[in-house]
Design a protein around this ligand. Structure first.
Ligand SMILES: NC(=O)c1ccc[n+]([C@@H]2O[C@H](COP(=O)([O-])OP(=O)(O)OC[C@H]3O[C@@H](n4cnc5c(N)ncnc54)[C@H](O)[C@@H]3O)[C@@H](O)[C@H]2O)c1
Length: 395
């Protein structure tokens, strides 16, 4: 059997996403026919890179991202750092001629996102990829295909929510609550996903943001560096040193799609009891679809053309090989998949894109993710200035 060409990968950031991506590289060529074998060449992180590399099978470890990004052995730079580090690593990698995959949101600010988009345009031989990982869920990908096939018809409504509850007052001032590191809070973290889902599934762009609420309920949090010694009997001491929260806890906004649909988006880290409720419902003239990540293998479909006797929501288990995106790579029908498989599925798309091969479902590149970042910015402006923001005003 012909040996596959190796693609040397360097992973930047070895936290939560570093783990999901490592798992994806380990498995993608075992489940999919890929044009390359990803070779886990180097893990890069200022903290703990050695132990991470040893655990996941990365061949080298480094604490020096500036050197790693230019390493001649590296073909693909994969960025899993906090948001403010996406642009410096990505731009340096593109200038060094690498392919670049980056976590979402594309950047911590619109200016940084634009810089990345422009660097990608200049680097003509480089492929870029953004890990909007829910596109790798077969049910959401099927929703995209069904809308494209005309099953929903003219779209009237998009109702998108991403609800979590881990951001209560006892959660310390992690980088996710610091504006200079994250750019925004629930907005860039969660709304970015559902804006992407809306654009991906409907195939339509947002033309205006029609009002937004941007709320920081918890204004101060315990500084994590000072946290040790501040916890007594499982509770944070009242004397613990606190710092100011400089991002939102929740952002809600209304928007309109090019075809006229009225949309609502809601992202929060304070929806008590909702753990990872990433939900989208689309209502069209011919039918509706809805999806909730917490039941990620299911897509619900209402066919408005059914007669009244049979009308009702169909529960589609998206595990049928040949019928549902990515399902051919996994298990027999209804042997369901989970969170990590979305990343493996998207990794197969990334490798096919690098090889210039046809992909089952499109993954976003920097240009595509830049359009999502513009919508994030429009909602911030709308909340700040208490006004409607046409997208043409957000460059
Ligand atoms: N696709 C998704 O669903 C999803 C989910 C969670 C997080 N994310 C995104 O992934 C990114 C990382 O989030 P996380 O949850 O893995 O964070 P994390 O805090 O768990 O890990 C970040 C790691 O990056 C390291 N780091 C910081 N600067 C670096 C640099 N210049 N070079 C190399 N390493 C560096 C840190 O030391 C840390 O180990 C963020 O952009 C976040 O928005 C995406």
């Amino acid at each position: 059997m012909a040996k596959k060409k190796n693609l040397n990968v360097a992973l930047f950031g070895t936290g939560f996403m570093g783990r999901t991506h490592s798992n994806a590289y380990l498995n993608v060529s075992k489940f999919f026919k890929t044009p390359y074998e990803p070779n886990m060449y180097m893990a890069v992180d200022p903290i703990g890179a050695d132990a991470f590399a040893a655990n996941w099978g990365w061949q080298n470890a480094s604490t020096d991202w500036k050197a790693a990004v230019k390493n001649d052995e590296v073909d693909l730079v994969d960025i899993c750092t906090p948001n403010h580090q996406h642009a410096p690593v990505a731009v340096a990698a593109l200038e060094a001629g690498k392919h670049v995959a980056c976590e979402k949101p594309l950047a911590s600010t619109l200016d940084a996102a634009r810089e990345m988009r422009d660097a990608a345009k200049k680097a003509k031989k480089s492929v870029t990829h953004v890990w909007f990982s829910y596109r790798g869920c077969p049910a959401l990908a099927l929703a995209h295909q069904m809308v494209k096939q005309g099953k929903i018809g003219r779209i009237f409504h998009v109702r998108a929510q991403y609800l979590q509850d881990w951001g209560g007052p006892d959660t310390p001032l992690l980088w996710r609550f610091r504006g200079k590191d994250a750019g925004s809070g629930a907005h860039g973290d969660l709304n970015a996903h559902i804006i992407d889902a809306c654009r991906f599934v409907t195939g339509e762009e947002i033309t205006e943001v029609c009002g937004a609420i941007n709320e920081t309920f918890i204004k101060e949090r315990v500084i994590p560096e000072a946290e040790l010694g501040n916890i007594k009997g499982g509770k944070v001491s009242k004397k613990a040193k606190k710092g100011k929260v400089t991002v939102d806890d929740a952002v809600l906004f209304l928007a309109r799609l090019k075809g006229g649909a009225a949309c609502s988006f809601e992202a929060t880290r304070l929806a008590t009891g909702r753990k990872n409720a990433n939900c989208i419902e689309i209502n069209g003239e011919k039918g509706s679809i809805r999806w909730d990540f917490e039941d990620m293998n299911l897509l619900w479909y209402y066919n408005n053309e059914d007669d009244d006797q049979r009308a009702g929501w169909q529960r589609i288990m998206c595990t049928s090989a040949g019928n549902h995106p990515y399902a051919h790579a996994w298990w027999p029908d209804a042997h369901i998949i989970g969170y990590e498989h979305g990343f493996v599925n998207l990794a197969s798309t990334l490798l096919n894109n690098i090889a210039g091969k046809k992909v089952e479902v499109p993954a976003p590149d920097f240009e595509d993710a830049y359009q999502t970042q513009r919508v994030l910015e429009a909602a911030v402006l709308s909340a700040k200035n208490r006004c409607w923001v046409p997208m043409r005003e957000v460059k």
